[in-house]
Design a protein. Sequence first.
Length: 190
Amino acid sequence: MKILKLGSSALLWILTVLYPFIIYMALKSNTPEYAFAALGIILLLKIISGQAGDRLSSITVTVLGITVLILFKLRGDPVYLMFYPSFVAYGFLAVFVFSLTGSRSAVERIASLSVKKEEITDDFKRYCRRVTQAWCVFMFLNGTCALFLALFAHRDIWVIYTGFISYILMGLMFLGEYIIRIHVRKGGNR
């Protein structure tokens, strides 16, 4: 059973990263059913691997993915399949925003897994809250850009953004936060 979960998790990540390209090729060859099937497989793998039930963000993204599938089947318009990357961004945005209403932000929960208990100070919590806010802005802008491109741009531009540029921007966001975190942990301004 563990091998099935591990294999389905690996396949899930591969298909998720390749999803914009799968959509692009399916739409280019006028076979949106393949993109529909790919998204269905992604959602099924989320359930098999246990990733659909272990976090609110995964549940939200899974529900939004199912919504995309239903919209495509009801309307027959393949543009709905291009909404999935936006819905993923908005699903994570909802989770991050919701975490700001509680005592622990999403980034604090993640960071607490790799930080010593004595390092979790009020300054640490404030820093994590600010990083969570920054990620909220990023996810909103990223999701909105992908949605705008799905609705109004040529598919080539959409696939370049969702398949390359958004990943590069996300990596730069992680790198920027990492550099700031090093500075903060050395006792810089918080």
